[in-house]
Design a protein around this ligand. Structure first.
Ligand code: NAP
Length: 255
């Protein structure tokens, strides 16, 4: 008996990294999963790699979450293909880092489109189903960068915006049996942080070692660390928790 038996979970940006790890964790506890990502072939290949429990399914859907029509269509494909929807994890993300005086308007707009409009589009499409069935779990990916990070004015603003979005979803949707929470990861070893290493001219190993050395628990995080917290917040054990952001960062922002 798994915590997500007979549940259907949609995870955006799940072809790799934290999204894939979260999809795998939910599937390991019984969920059917829809891997949503920009590239349909990548999403389908990732879906094929998910290890499922008996009777569960995994599908891959190509979708740019910042496109409202594509988001609406993706949610409908999930409902048609997997027989419903119970959990939405808004995880898709990008970085376009630069100091403010060098940051282009396009890089500001793109980060807002993926991190803020994307969750708005996906959540708006999913909430109809959640409200009708008086059940739903929404999990949004924020970041410790929401608290401020040099070179990330766009990303930081979007990730704090996600926290306000999450609190408002908690207020509006709570009466309908829907919980909305957020996770704020610290440094998680994925292609996103590997790309940052390249941008600052460090090897992946040195970049991770430096992050680990400055972290109270003396290690970097992995997608499994976020997936474990995500599974709790998307489970019925967390049904009295809503509107919250849980930092999963090894204590990075404690002081
Ligand atoms: P990642 O490895 O870069 O994976 C992100 C995925 O999102 C990629 O597969 C990417 O597809 C997809 N994606 C990008 N734009 C999309 C769009 N418009 N529509 C659909 N999919 C899209 O990132 P990650 O490190 O796993 O991060 C996942 C989430 O956690 C993000 O929201 C990120 O901001 C947040 N986060 C990460 C860290 C960290 O240290 N890694 C820390 C704090 C917060 P493509 O490959 O095609 O671009």
């Amino acid at each position: 008996m798994g915590r997500f038996d007979a549940r259907v979970a949609v995870i955006t940006g799940a072809a790799r990294g934290i999204g894939f790890g979260t999809a795998q964790r939910l599937a390991s506890e019984g969920a059917s999963v829809a891997i949503v990502d920009l590239d349909e072939a990548d999403a389908q290949q990732a879906a094929e790699k998910i290890e499922l429990t008996d009777g569960a399914k995994a599908i891959g859907i190509g979708c740019d979450v910042s496109d409202s029509a594509a988001a609406e269509s993706a949610i409908q494909q999930v409902v048609d293909g997997l027989g419903g929807i119970h959990i939405l994890v808004n995880n898709a993300g990008i970085t376009r880092d630069n100091l403010l005086f060098k940051m282009s308007e396009d890089d500001w707009d793109l980060v807002m489109a993926v991190h803020l409009k994307g969750p708005f589009n996906m959540t708006k499409a999913a909430q109809k189903h959640f409200v009708d069935q008086r059940y739903g779990k929404i999990l949004n990916l924020s970041s410790v960068s929401a608290l401020g990070n040099r070179g990330q004015a766009n990303y930081s603003a979007a990730k704090m915006g996600i926290q306000g979005f999450t609190r408002t979803l908690g207020i509006e949707l709570g009466p309908f049996g829907i919980n909305a929470n957020a996770i704020g990861p610290g440094f998680i070893a994925t292609e996103m942080t590997d790309a940052t290493a390249a941008r600052v001219g460090m090897s992946v190993e040195d970049f991770r070692a430096a992050a680990a050395a400055s972290n109270p628990v003396r290690r970097v995080g992995f997608p499994e660390d976020i997936a474990a917290a995500a599974a709790f917040l998307c489970s019925d054990e967390a049904s009295y928790i809503t509107g919250q952001t849980l930092y999963v960062d090894g204590g990075a922002k404690l002081g």
